[in-house]
Design a protein around this ligand. Sequence first.
Ligand SMILES: Cc1cc2nc3c(=O)[nH]c(=O)nc-3n(C[C@H](O)[C@H](O)[C@H](O)COP(=O)(O)OP(=O)(O)OC[C@H]3O[C@@H](n4cnc5c(N)ncnc54)[C@H](O)[C@@H]3O)c2cc1C
Length: 302
Amino acid sequence: MIHGKDFDVIIIGGSYAGLSAAMSLGRSLRHVLVIDSGLPCNAPTPHSHNFITHDGEVPLVIANKAKLQVLQYETVQFLSALATAVQKTDLGFVVGVSSGDVFHTRKIVFATGLKDIIPDIKGFAACWGKSVLHCPYCHGYEVKHEKTGIIANGDMGFEFARLISNWTSQLILFTNGKAGLSKEQFEKLNEHRVPVIETAIDSIEHAGGRIENIVLADGSRHSLSALYARPAFTQHCPLPEELGCELTEMGLLKIDIFQRTTIKSVYACGDNSSPARSVSMAVAAGTMAGASLNKELIEESF
Ligand SMILES: Cc1cc2nc3c(=O)[nH]c(=O)nc-3n(C[C@H](O)[C@H](O)[C@H](O)COP(=O)(O)OP(=O)(O)OC[C@H]3O[C@@H](n4cnc5c(N)ncnc54)[C@H](O)[C@@H]3O)c2cc1C
């Protein structure tokens, strides 16, 4: 049960970025409501890495610990719900949630994350976050020196292969169709013994999310321990755009160094506005959003 209807700040999205903003604001004595629909992007991964003090921890354990700590601050409340509408008013904003409740606030933080668009390849979704990986800094160490594939093409495929070659020399680049690589890129990959396979991908064979083989349209199989991919993504939440917040060319919310979006009194933090996707970066951005927003509130009254 939420006490009150009026807040200094409503934070939409209560995962790493949102909770981090809430901690800064709670410690600044601000009345804060965090609204979260409980669907963080890293839910499929069994272990989260590369966040100091929590290396290898279950993602939900980190989030739950953060929530417990944040809710120690008596001016912070947490509502498990989907925010469905945000409207500008003379005094600030009105936020509607899935239960039909409506809350008022002076400022908004969107910490709503991104949604990965899982490609239509049989087996991909089951392996996503377990053995089909997005980031070598998060998961590369665990599959170092192993037989590894990459699904990517063009410049992205070349750069991805160059990056992953740091962790393993047993690498294959699957372009899933005609390779869009330059002659120089082909030569460089050849020099570093990275085969390029253009045959279309049929499916991924796995055991409980652990990849075993990538199966190609011609029926051939390549045994792999890991596969990297960078699926397309979209904003998890349409509300910032509905409010008029501008996006970058990459589809991220446009922000300045203080996490301010292009709409006054609206901030964004975490994956929704950062090209570097990691728990530590989301936490840092949330801390910055909280502190910047508190400064704005101070300056409005002093
Ligand atoms: C498969 C996978 C594995 C990863 N592994 C690692 C790793 O090992 N180490 C690492 O550092 N990083 C890892 N990452 C990246 C990391 O998970 C993200 O950078 C991080 O979760 C971003 O935090 P966030 O708070 O910005 O967004 P998210 O954690 O995605 O949270 C966004 C929250 O907003 C909520 N939300 C969205 N819209 C609404 C709405 N309208 N109303 C209410 N709530 C809403 C969602 O339900 C969700 O809870 C991984 C990512 C993926 C996809």
